[in-house]
Design a protein around this ligand. Structure first.
Ligand code: MOS
Length: 710
């Protein structure tokens, strides 16, 4: 499809992906594919104990192997300038903090030689007892120092976000309630598993350090690595125009980026190629931490919540504390005068967790939205009606109005489209042959934050073409297309007149593709640059582009409304499940989501992203779990044979709809984030449908058939 319409209608058009033809022809260059001359290859060594220290290194057999260019371990690794972050401190000491941690690397003429030689390096260890089990009765649970929320990043954590919150008196609210619930929900470790592994090709010369990388944000990669290696950021160029998925795992390049640069330092001037294997990704690129979540709700006889309490225990790593706002959504969802949330972490001898799609909300809303379903049953209310009765007029904790909040409309529109009306609420009420059929619903929410550090430039040619430059990322989400549309709208020209450049630190600085903030930040910045260009043209050139062309740039403007409004995307997700009466096999023939994500920039790419998120939510509900063997401390199902996620046969019809209301306060486009709201709530909708089908309430993800045999 070609879009010829110029100007404002560029946004909202179902434009084909700009990068689509490149991708289907294999011409979109991913990190590992850059043509470089005479590359060397790096293969990492991983710790085979979960805790302790390295007492000896014997690399002689590896070094004797023809084709080996070097072996790097903590003994000879370059000392990093900034190694205060234990995760960044790759090869900086003899300490081993988790099984699978990087303890060395071989650089060789071929990948095969590097891998073989890695197996010849002998490491001696002094092992300490390790502990990898998350339990609620641990004595070392503690309040995290920081909780990752919105733009919080390592080294850039937001202290302003208290991990605990309280309003009113929960005990009193529960005591006065006509109905109460006290239930505990658990979620396992989940790994992101993007299709493309974490990859870098690094070249270190006296002048420039080049890193072709799989990155959710090249400028963050550059600044972290420049800090670690103590070099001027201007010397590093990170390039990442096409990325095969990330889901959060490619935001912080701490391990693989550092190792790629160390390899490049070993053979100056020569490119070093490094790609993690699927198995290595299970120990080195983060994961969604396991949780144990207690939810207590109280409601009066009219079904109005009198109390909401959400107490979370999360797994984190002894090497470095990562905690997320599992309770973040609970704080914004429903009205109740008495409320409290707490977050505690257990530091285990495990790999360091990180953000993963809907970090906090995805697991937290499984608990809250399951609990809401349980309470609706207890109160004898339809689960949609129960939610509507508890819809808050303003943010229930800090009282700010919402910029837009159309959750109720999402629920109603979803109910109409899904065919909710007339549903018999009783479990086990529908049976088709040997299949028990049930339906469920859950709400979705995700903030629409902004990350700092954005700038864009626009160059106008006299022949009417505009080159828009910003170091943004497209991790498969549609940035190439959506930002082109936004630029066309901002400039008042057709999309065919816009040439977009992203994914390179040689472009103006940009924030990462994370926290559903990308389009909000980058689009606002492009809008500002277009304004600058217009001003420049009007003031100095009578509105005409001069023959030699002209360029303007701008930083992301502050949005004063962010202090006046709470900004979130919302959604309602509906699921139909079928459970086989004899085997407990669970099928999901139908998912339907209605989203309030403000104005939709491109309904085609947005649809793909929303369907993808719901599918990932289905996968989280039924399949995904990383299983640690506590004896050895590693994930045992560390490949795509053992780590199940939903594939085609597991997914039925997935329908998405948008309410398409323009948000007047978020940004000039009127959009809100879509990347993560779509995974939030899906697992609960499916769990609620499983309960409706079978009468069995599964509070432990994933919902596998053994949990239904009661
Ligand atoms: Mo997303 S978990 O912020 O990449």
């Amino acid at each position: 499809m070609t879009v010829t319409s110029a100007g404002p209608s560029a946004v909202g058009a179902a434009l084909d992906r700009k990068d689509g033809p490149l991708k289907v022809r294999g011409a979109a260059t991913y990190a590992g594919e850059w043509p470089v001359d005479n590359p060397a290859y790096l293969y990492p060594l991983q710790a085979t104990i979960a805790a302790g220290r390295i007492t000896g290194v014997d690399a002689s057999a590896a070094l004797d192997l023809p084709g080996v260019l070097g072996v790097i371990t903590h003994v000879n690794a370059p000392k990093l300038a900034w190694a205060t972050d234990p995760e960044v401190a790759v090869l900086q000491s003899d300490e081993v903090a988790w099984r699978g941690q990087i303890v060395g690397a071989v650089v060789a003429e071929t990948l095969e030689t590097a891998r073989h030689a890695a197996g010849l390096v002998r490491l001696a260890y002094e092992q300490r007892p390790h502990d990898t089990e998350l339990r609620a009765d641990r004595h070392d649970l503690h309040r995290p120092q920081h909780a990752a929320l919105f733009g919080a990043a390592p080294g850039d954590l937001q202290d302003g976000s208290p991990a605990d919150s309280a309003l009113g008196d929960v005990d009193a609210g529960l005591a006065e309630a006509a109905f109460t619930l006290d239930a505990t929900y658990t979620t396992p470790m989940n790994h992101h598993n993007p299709m493309e592994p974490h990859t870098g090709i690094a070249v270190w010369t006296d002048d420039e350090i080049t890193l072709y990388c799989s990155s959710q944000g090249v400028h963050l990669h550059r600044s972290l690595l420049a800090g670690a290696f103590g070099v001027d950021a201007a010397r590093i160029r990170a390039i990442s125009p096409h990325v095969g998925g990330g889901f959060g795992s490619k935001v912080y390049p701490v391990v693989w980026g550092t190792l790629a640069l160390m390899g490049a330092q070993l053979v100056p001037g020569r490119p070093v190629k490094f790609a993690l294997t699927r198995q290595q990704m299970f120990a080195l690129v983060g994961y969604r931490p396991a949780t144990i979540q207690r939810v207590r709700l109280g409601a009066d006889s009219d079904g109005r919540l009198t109390a909401i309490a959400h107490d979370v225990i999360q797994q984190t790593a002894r090497a470095k504390e990562y905690a997320e706002q599992t309770v973040g959504a609970t704080r914004a969802m429903y009205a109740a005068p008495n409320r409290s949330t707490t977050t505690r972490v257990a530091a285990l001898d495990v790999p360091v967790p990180t953000i993963m799609r809907g970090p906090g909300e995805a697991t937290g809303m499984f608990a809250l939205e399951s609990a809401m379903d349980e309470m609706a049953s207890a109160a004898g209310l339809d689960p949609i009606e129960f939610r509507i009765r508890n819809e808050p007029a303003v943010h229930p904790e800090h009282g700010l109005p919402f910029s837009t909040r159309n959750l109720v409309a999402c629920l109603r529109e979803g109910a109409r489209r899904f065919g909710w009306e007339g549903r018999d609420p009783a479990p086990l009420s529908r049976r088709e042959n040997d299949w028990l059929v049930g339906t469920g619903v859950a709400s979705s929410i995700y903030p629409s934050p902004r990350l700092p550090g954005n700038s864009a430039s626009i160059h106008a040619d006299a022949d009417g073409r505009y080159t828009v430059r910003i170091g943004a990322a497209d991790i498969g989400t549609g940035t190439w297309t959506a930002l082109t549309q936004i630029a066309a709208e901002a400039l008042g020209v057709g999309v065919e007149d816009v040439n977009l450049e992203i994914g390179d630190t040689s472009l103006p600085v940009a924030s990462s593709a994370g926290f559903s903030s990308g389009i909000n930040c980058w689009g606002s910045t492009i809008y500002a640059a277009a304004d600058e260009l217009r001003k420049l043209l009007d003031s100095e050139h009578g509105g005409m582009v001069p023959a030699e062309g002209i360029e303007a740039s701008a930083d992301m403007p502050d949005n004063p409304y962010m202090e006046q409004f709470a900004m979130y995307s919302f959604g309602a997700q509906f699921a139909e499940v079928r459970v086989h009466e004899d085997t407990g096999e669970i099928r999901v023939p139908r998912l339907l989501g209605v989203f309030d994500a403000g104005r939709i920039i491109n309904p085609k790419t947005a649809r793909s992203q929303l369907i993808g998120g719901m599918t990932q939510g289905l996968s989280m509900a039924l399949h995904e779990a990383s299983v640690i063997d506590p004896r050895f401390g590693h994930v045992v199902n560390n490949d795509l044979g053992g780590y199940h996620f939903a594939s085609n046969a597991d997914v039925g019809s997935v329908e998405v709809h948008y309410l398409e209301e323009r948000d007047p306060y978020t940004n000039p486009m009127g959009s809100k984030g879509i990347g993560e709201v779509c995974i939030v709530g899906t697992a609960a909708a499916i769990a609620n449908a499983v309960h409706h089908a079978t009468g069995v309430r599964v509070r432990d993800l994933p919902i596998t058939l053994d949990k239904l045999i009661v």
